[in-house]
Design a protein. Structure first.
Lengths: 370, 370
């Protein structure tokens, strides 16, 4: 494995880290390469926990910005190694991870290496002065269960490393700023009946038929749009799974409908649960999973400066992302990274060179105060 | 394996053939024992095809009655060998096959051996004169797919062996006469949608929500009761399976509802299909399986004589049985056997001695004209 050149152009660095496969659970090779590349940098204190790496400056600035990116990907589907392609005449990097989210992580690695305090004894040319202290977090297992997520682990063992006044998560957002995120809750709704031979159906009670009003309520549900800190969040309540049946000649005694409620960050998890229970009143509802959303917090001074500097209008983020972890700690956080989120996890995942370079340029400009 | 004594009391014969396990596909040992027991009987022409055995008299009578019983059982579940137990002070035989349907088959074996023409040179005492020619059919694989059923095979290779003026199937009917049977049809109803991330549900179309009207129509369906040849058949239309969902964060693009329609024997399969399609109009309906019912045909002279002789009032049979095979050939057919059909396939399957003996007595009386 050749050493990672974190001073290479950000597109080249994206290509290099995409070509080190790092499906969730198998990030060690890439984590080793990142650790080896950033450890020698004198302006960074580097901490490693499993395959999560934290690198911090200690420049004595009175404000600190945390910038995070996961290093894992969803499984490869014949889309590695990367290829350089053209789309409508524009150069693109194609392959697993290019969008979600090694383009963003590559930009972070490059800026982590290059943004140093000029008072440090310098040995390379392009050094620039960051205006804030920086905490870089590159973490594993974002694409799988929350329990395995490197940030979950870090929050348990070293919560102090999250301390910051503002956070940026490099998830793909088409180079736009997406503030906060919706929360998400999953629940299983069950109907019960009585088994019987289907030739004598009247001796039983059909649990699948009993689910008719559940589906009718979901089909008739009108999701709300809720303004939070100036951004309009669109909610949604959907069946994502339904299951019932014993055999082709048996009246079923159980039907399960799994629902997913995506809720505006102004609602707490408890509010979200109460809402789902009220929509499905009269049915057995079991909450199986819930994560609060994140308020965009764009009224924070650093957030305002950031928005002005990158010249983007903030939009709401609908999908749940790890920004919620910062939000839960009271740290305003946004999503900002190259790549079209609709192409994340797609077999034809691809990112334009221009978006990677734009994000690098804007982030560098803001952080260095130029 | 001791030879089967087909002249033993019918309860003992039931016990003996239950204790020769014969789960569908594994009937050879029992079929061998039956074949060896009936082959020496001079008044019977015995034909064997795989594990199906046909034994016929040729007494020159102008009418012929076919009497059939399957020799297989559903899988054993720690309920063999048989045990003699008491229920409310009455003796019962407990164990797999006692109800479905070795009690009935044992009665048939005994009567097949004992009902002979007195003009034949006799060597045993209890011989009685049957008033009709008889065709006994003991067949394999009734409890599994119709394709494997011994009668399906026989209908292909020796349809002539089904010829009869009246047929009796020894399926458990609590010693009552159950005429004909309902038909059965299974169909899969599908809704289609468009996949999307559940965080952006408005970009997709939820196929599970699309199934709401299907369940509402099934839940609101009022099954009919239809009189056929004087018996009242109760119909039923039920969901027996529902399935949909891709992942916990994906709007599903497909939902399948499998329905089972049990229909009166006055409807053809085509009528039944048209009815299901009209109830589910507007949805994609695929018929996956259908079998016509059987009219009870109790106005046939032999059926009338049989009812008078056994002194029972005929009831409709709701479950589909092999009587439909005879009905399809224009042969009136009834279900008549010992055992409570609700205990068939039950782990506590058990039959009272009295029911076995009653059925033997009634059938013998009618067939011998005494």
């Amino acid at each position: 494995m050749p050493a990672l050149d974190v001073f290479a152009p950000s597109v080249d660095l994206t290509r290099a880290i995409c070509d080190i496969p790092s499906v969730s659970g198998e990030e060690k090779t890439l984590a080793d390469a990142i650790f080896d590349a950033v450890s020698p940098l004198e302006h960074l204190d580097v901490y490693r926990d499993g395959d999560t790496i934290v690198a911090r400056t200690h420049l004595g600035r009175d404000r600190r910005v945390a910038i995070a990116g996961h290093i894992d990907t969803v499984p490869i589907n014949a889309n590695l190694p990367t290829r350089d392609i053209e789309v409508d005449g524009e150069p693109y990097l194609w392959g697993r991870g290019t969008v979600d989210m090694k383009g963003g992580t590559a930009v972070q690695l490059k800026l982590a290496a290059e943004l140093v305090d000029p008072r440090v004894d310098l040995t390379w040319a392009e050094l620039v002065d960051p205006r804030v202290d920086l905490t870089w977090l590159w973490y594993d297992n974002e694409e799988v269960d929350s329990d395995r997520n490197g940030l979950t682990r870090l929050a348990r063992t070293r919560a102090d490393l999250f301390a910051a006044d503002f956070a940026i998560l490099g998830e793909p957002s088409n180079g736009q700023v997406e503030g906060g995120c919706n929360g998400t809750l999953r629940a299983v709704v069950r109907t019960h009946g009585v088994r019987a031979h289907s030739a004598r159906a009247w001796m039983g009670e059909n649990a699948i038929h009993g689910a008719a009003p559940i589906l009718a309520r979901l089909a008739g549900y009108r999701p709300r749009e809720i303004a939070v800190d100036g951004l309009l969040y669109r909610e949604g309540l959907n069946a994502v799974r339904i299951e019932g049946g014993v055999a082709g000649n048996v009246i079923p005694d159980l039907c399960e409908v799994e629902v997913n409620f995506r809720f505006a960050p102004s609602r707490s998890v408890a509010d979200a649960e109460a809402h789902v229970r009220s929509v499905l009143e009269g049915f057995e509802v079991q909450i199986v999973d819930a994560a609060a959303g994140a308020r965009p917090g764009l009224d924070a001074p650093l957030a305002q400066e950031f928005l002005r500097a990158v010249g983007a209008e903030a939009r709401p983020k609908y999908g749940w992302t790890d920004v919620a972890r910062f939000s839960a700690l009271g740290i305003p956080a946004v999503n900002y990274g190259p790549g079209d989120p609709l192409l994340a996890h797609h077999d034809e995942e691809r990112v334009s060179y221009a978006q990677i370079e734009d994000v690098e340029r804007s982030l560098r400009a803001w952080l260095s105060g130029s």
